[in-house]
Design a protein around this ligand. Structure first.
Ligand code: FAD
Length: 348
């Protein structure tokens, strides 16, 4: 708002694209006021569609005579419920945040306690394959008791809830392949969730959208010529690739996930097993935890988790587990053992 050349039109919805006579260039947008329903048009040299998951650009492109992009949808039917609590003052805890992880392919419930401002906690619990946590008081607690560690539910018994339970279940990963289009009109690009929307549990969407904005900046610096739309969409697809593979790769570890499955080969199995060890090791090893979050937050490439020191640590753990003949999976419903508790709770 500090830039004088930027103007906001509030309370208005874009309802269509305007184009020149031969439809080779988008020349503006049609707007409808949310209050009065009045329609108006607005001319534009260049349009950036940042309207999120519900973007209508595919339909608008078709209306102009272009093909709509192919769409990929991958859904593990994950749902979660979140509630705020007052942090119990009297409780002496040796951690600030607590994560009880899921474990594909069988243990699909997880949760976390995260500290926020004013000595409060945000508590989130969730499940996969439509195993959604209830939104009511008793149901929320009952679900919390079935996690792989009893710690989260035990601690919550001492905490005072200060909000209702908010549920969220729209976690499908959705990708529109604009990069594959043979033609797009000039003067329009599509960014953010309007192109690639992730399962929000992995927390990548805002970072991926911001990285997309940087890609657009670079493209614009190279000049706004006739090829910019497709050039940008191809560059954006590359920028989104890692986050998409991480989110969908994780979701495909659940057997009932819907969507076109990539082939599972030895390399995939190796990476999945490797990541299982990583998620166990981060409980005790700050260096691995830091690398894990740098990768999860898109600050570093996944290769960071395969650097020699971490690789050697994983190898050592794999060998010692094998020698101990360890088995630590526990189906939902069975009480957690001291071992599952130790290995799957990240208290940091
Ligand atoms: C429950 C939930 C939790 C999330 N948690 C995280 C997280 O922890 N970390 C993270 O990085 N990401 C998270 N995300 C993802 C993140 O919110 C999105 O990736 C990000 O907001 C995408 O930004 P965007 O600008 O592309 O789209 P949006 O933020 O969806 O913005 C689109 C905007 O366009 C407006 N709009 C839509 N249609 C029109 C129209 N026709 N005319 C005019 N305006 C229109 C909408 O009102 C909206 O304001 C979460 C998402 C959800 C749903």
């Amino acid at each position: 708002m500090a830039f004088p050349q930027i103007h906001f039109v509030e309370g208005a919805q874009v309802t269509d694209l305007l184009a020149n006579d031969d439809k080779s260039r988008v020349t503006g947008v049609q707007l409808r006021s949310r209050h009065t329903q009045d329609e108006q048009t607005r001319a534009a040299d260049f349009i950036v569609d940042a309207t999120g998951r519900g973007s209508k650009t595919p339909e608008w492109l078709q209306a102009l005579g272009y093909a709509a992009p192919r769409e990929s949808a991958i859904n593990s039917f994950q749902g979660y419920a979140t509630r705020w609590y007052k942090r119990p003052e009297h409780l002496k805890l040796d951690w600030k945040a607590l994560i009880v992880s899921t474990k594909p392919p069988t243990m699909s419930r997880g949760g976390g306690i995260y500290p926020i401002e004013n000595d409060q906690w945000i508590v989130t619990i969730g499940g996969v394959n439509k195993d959604f946590p209830p939104n009511d008081d008793a149901g929320f607690m009952e679900f919390a008791r079935t996690l792989r560690s009893p710690l989260l539910a035990e601690v919550l018994q001492h905490a005072e809830p200060i909000s209702p339970v908010y549920g969220y279940q729209r976690t499908e990963n959705h990708l529109r392949h604009y990069e594959e289009l043979g033609a797009m009109p000039e003067g329009i690009v599509v960014v953010g969730d309007a192109v690639c929307a992730f399962n929000p549990v992995y927390g990548q969407g805002m970072t991926a959208a911001a990285m997309g904005a940087m890609v657009l900046d670079k493209c614009l610096q190279q000049g706004v010529n006739s090829a910019i739309s497709l050039r940008f969409q191809k560059a954006l697809a590359k920028s989104n690739e890692t986050a998409w593979l991480m989110a969908t790769g994780e979701d495909f570890r659940w057997p009932n996930t819907e969507g076109k499955r990539p082939q599972v080969n030895m390399a995939t199995r190796f990476v999945q097993r490797y990541m299982d060890y990583i998620t166990e090791l981060i409980v005790d090893e700050p260096v691995i935890l830091t690398a894990f979050y740098q990768v999860a937050h898109l600050l570093k490439s996944p290769a960071a988790l395969f650097q020699p020191a971490i690789f050697a640590r994983v190898l050592r753990k794999a060998l010692s587990d094998r020698m101990r003949g360890k088995a630590h999976d526990r189906p939902i419903g069975q009480p957690p053992t001291a071992q599952t508790h130790e290995e799957n709770v990240l208290a940091t």
